[in-house]
Write a protein of this length. Structure first.
Length: 367
């Protein structure tokens, strides 16, 4: 599917340059249609709750394909959950107390679960950026697990996962990777072999909020225990009443509507060429970065190219307001403004954002 055809599936893009997918994307029509049909069936009473309940399980195989794990990855390695924090907490609660390394500026959903259960070394950002070499140094001083995001939310920094995997292997530590800000725009290299991989799908995977996945390496699966044991904690076919208690799965009881939307979103993404998607997203981000640099702005991150570009600014809220006046959606952070480029974005979105920055720059400066 071409970027133009893909873009046409997002009604919000008719009059808005949506560069805020790091926060949340607009709805794709096929996803919204699936949810609308579900609400209609719920309203009329012409629904089958068993079909609704099966939506989460039906996403395991397409999700595995997106991660490059292949269709052989089944229920024993792909768990369905409600959020990234739930996935991280499931791993954190399942492990005996140990030493965990986490970036200090990590998103809290991949920080607080570790802080709640383990001895955590928080690696501070240096010059405003999380740096791979600092994480490697912290791991080498003694760690049992390293928890990171492939692309950081606040900085747009793309971490070298291969280097981090090598560092954890060197000391016998495990690696937990959060792909929430990358999968769907960037291809994941399965050669990294993380012990655990987690994604909340409401950003680049275009899902409603409430659909997330946790993938554990096969040899790690037996160690995991459900965070909230329920009727979904037993292997299919599921029972409903009485005991005995068997904990065969770490799946959580699904919020049906979220997973119906997720099923539609993964079907849509399955029609895309991941190589073309990554090339398109990185190309737009590079073009935007170069043109912003010409205006005097600097990118906060200095790592490998990413689809998220965070610019250092003097007055983030005023810059975001200037962008909003021209119907450019971006996120203001402390001293920064964040832009994200998906397959549905185009050169016109870059031009509109740069035009807004240029006007604001000429009328008072923002660096």
């Amino acid at each position: 599917m071409t970027p133009e055809r893909f873009r046409a599936l997002f009604p919000a893009l008719k009059d808005t340059a949506w560069l805020d997918t790091p926060g949340a994307p607009p709805a794709a029509a096929p996803v919204a249609d699936a949810l609308r049909a579900t609400v209609d069936a719920w309203t009329s009473g012409e629904f089958d709750w068993l079909d609704w309940d099966g939506a989460a399980a039906s996403t395991r195989e397409p999700f595995a394909r997106l991660t490059g794990a292949g269709p052989e990855t089944g229920p024993e390695t792909v768990a369905t959950m409600g959020s990234l924090s739930e996935a991280a907490a499931t791993v954190a609660r399942s492990l005996p107390r140990c030493r965990v390394v986490v970036p200090a500026e990590e998103f809290r959903s991949n920080l607080f679960p570790w802080l709640a259960h383990h001895d955590v070394t928080q690696v501070p950002a240096r010059a405003g950026v999380t740096r791979v070499e600092d994480l490697v140094a912290a791991v080498r001083t003694g760690a049992d697990l390293l928890a990171v995001s492939e692309v950081t939310t606040r900085e747009g920094q793309r971490l070298d996962l291969a280097a981090l995997r090598a560092a954890t292997d060197e000391v016998g530590a495990r690696l937990f990777v959060n792909l929430t800000q990358s999968l769907g725009a960037l291809r994941f290299d399965p050669g990294v072999r993380p012990d655990y991989l987690a994604v909340h799908g409401y950003k680049w995977l275009l899902c409603p909020r409430g659909a997330a996945w946790l993938v554990a390496r096969p040899d790690r699966v037996p160690e995991l225990e459900p965070l909230a044991p329920s009727w979904k904690s037993t292997a299919a076919p599921h029972g409903y009443f009485g005991g005995p208690m068997r904990l065969d799965s770490v799946d959580t009881s699904p919020a049906w509507f979220s997973w119906i939307g997720a099923r539609a979103a993964l079907r849509l993404l399955g029609d895309l060429d991941p190589v073309a998607v990554e090339r398109h997203c990185l190309g737009l981000a590079a073009r935007f970065t170069e043109r912003a640099r010409d205006l005097g702005f600097s990118r906060v991150g200095d790592g490998p190219p990413a689809h998220i570009v965070v610019l250092a600014v003097r007055d983030a809220d005023r810059v975001a307001a200037a962008l909003a006046e021209r119907r450019v959606r971006a996120t203001a952070l402390a001293g920064r403004v964040r832009f994200g480029f998906h397959y549905f974005n185009d050169d016109a979105d870059v031009d509109r954002a740069i035009d807004a920055l240029s006007v604001r720059y000429r009328t008072g400066g923002v660096r």
